[in-house]
Design a protein around this ligand. Structure first.
Ligand code: 4AD
Ligand code: MG
Length: 420
């Protein structure tokens, strides 16, 4: 019977069958050594004397019969004594070898995803999303599915991907937010996990053209409630990852680093953040948005995430609610990850009064016709509400301390790459 590599430890002394792929191969005069991988792990199989193990190649698919042995020297404490091997498919010469350039590895991404590194990242990505969903479920949210093809931008025209939609102009969604706002009138608390698209001209280590957006929208929530929910959510996911998946995570990070991610998070008003940046020698003006260097400077010394809240209206999107005590400020927050990673969440309270919303749509020069339905939401039982969006890959880049955001997604889309 086939046994998964992760379960070999429960089968010491038994004859088992392993199905997988050849990860490393070494043939000597007296024996062949194969490291075999399946989705669950890797193990060394030793074939003494002559055998078909000599005729395999890296990444060949194989079925092996052998006896499971304890071996203190092996990294997993286990080795298999090979008895027979069936080569299911003999791989051609595998193009990935040691010391290849980043560009080359991106060209063969469809093969590079088989690496142990990507295997682990993909698992942690899946686990993280399970914990996010779990958190929402426990807090009475419903998962919903906004459209990806839209007529409305929400995060600025410059990063919209437009295309021809049966003779009409449409866009790939930048955010599901406006549709989540419609759905709070049905379900009160909703979230979605969807691809979002940004035609980002910037070539940075944290921008993708296609990313997975985790968004939530809540009826009756102020931005204060919104921030509290965000910090509890991040804490829940980080603590569950640290507690339940330490061996997997330890390939990337000290797990104690994750155990420190506990609410309450740090907080700073935009005004204070600007002051802090001036002290650090930045020439930023009140009203400017922050760039990567600013976010880095604000967070590189921190261990916990930092909320920067109450931003100038001109730096933020049209739908954000004015501070009733200061019309130049909107009730919103960016959550910046520590150690220089920067923004992972953008959130705000939304304008829920029709006249104020129409005024902002006009001020921003948006086509009112395309937003008619969104304005309509303010005509029928409008309520105060708030929400946020988290970039899944930004979250993973921070949690795993990845050098570049592209490693948080199997097939990254960036300004100069849509292949493979
Ligand atoms: O701050 P953003 O633009 O906010 C919104 O889209 C809101 N409508 C969300 C909401 O309130 N429902 O984007 C939210 C998050 C960012 O904080 C960042 O983590 C991620 O989405 N993000 C990107 N991630 C990777 N590559 C990009 N180009 C990204 N742009 C935004
Ligand atoms: Mg933002």
């Amino acid at each position: 019977m086939r046994i998964l590599i992760s379960k070999l430890g429960e089968n010491i002394g038994k004859e088992v069958e392993i199905w997988g792929w050849v990860y490393r191969q070494r043939v000597t005069k007296n024996a062949s050594f194969l490291i075999v991988r399946d989705s669950t792990g890797i193990v060394q199989v030793v074939f003494k004397g002559e055998s078909d193990a000599e005729n395999t190649s890296i990444e060949s698919s194989v079925k092996i019969r052998g006896i499971v042995k304890e071996d203190k020297r092996a990294p997993t404490g286990i080795e298999v004594e090979g008895k027979s091997i069936e080569i299911v498919h003999k791989a051609e010469r595998f193009p990935i070898t040691k010391d290849q350039s980043t560009e080359f590895l991106l060209d063969v991404r469809h093969l590079w995803v088989r690496s142990q590194r990507m295997n682990r990242i993909l698992k942690i990505r899946d686990l993280s999303l399970r914990y996010f969903r779990d958190f929402f479920y426990k807090n009475n949210f419903w998962e919903v599915h906004p459209p990806i093809i839209t007529k409305t931008g929400a995060e600025g025209g410059s990063t919209l991907f437009g295309f021809d939609y049966f003779g009409d102009e449409a866009y790939l969604s930048q955010t599901g937010q406006l549709y989540l706002e419609a759905l709070i009138y049905v379900l009160e608390r909703v979230y979605s996990i969807t691809p979002s698209f940004r035609a980002e001209k910037s070539k940075t280590k944290k921008h993708l053209a296609e990313f997975w957006h985790l968004e939530a929208e809540m009826a009756w929530f102020s931005n204060e409630d919104n921030m509290k929910l965000q910090e509890r959510m991040i804490t829940y996911v980080a603590q569950n990852l640290a507690e339940n998946h330490a061996p997997l995570l330890s390939n990337f990070t000290d797990v104690n680093r994750l155990k420190k991610i506990k609410y309450p998070f740090e907080r700073m008003k935009y005004d204070e953040a600007v002051e802090e940046l001036h002290k650090k020698g930045f020439e930023i003006k009140w009203g400017d948005d922050f760039g990567t260097p600013h976010e880095k400077a604000l967070t590189e010394e921190l261990e916990k995430p930092l909320f920067v809240y109450d931003w100038p209206k001109e730096a933020k999107a049209f739908y954000m609610k004015e501070d009733p005590t200061n019309p130049r400020i909107v009730k919103c927050s960016d959550l910046l990850a520590p150690e220089g990673h920067g923004e992972i969440i953008g959130g705000s309270e939304r304008i829920w009064e029709i006249d104020k919303l129409m005024k902002r749509i006009k001020e921003e020069g948006l086509k009112e016709d395309n937003y008619k339905w969104y304005i309509d939401l303010r005509r029928f039982g409008s309520v105060p509400h708030s929400g946020f969006g988290l970039g899944t890959e930004r979250f993973l880049k921070w949690i795993l301390n990845l050098e570049h955001i592209r490693d948080a997604i199997p097939f990254p889309r960036t300004i100069n790459r849509v292949y493979p």
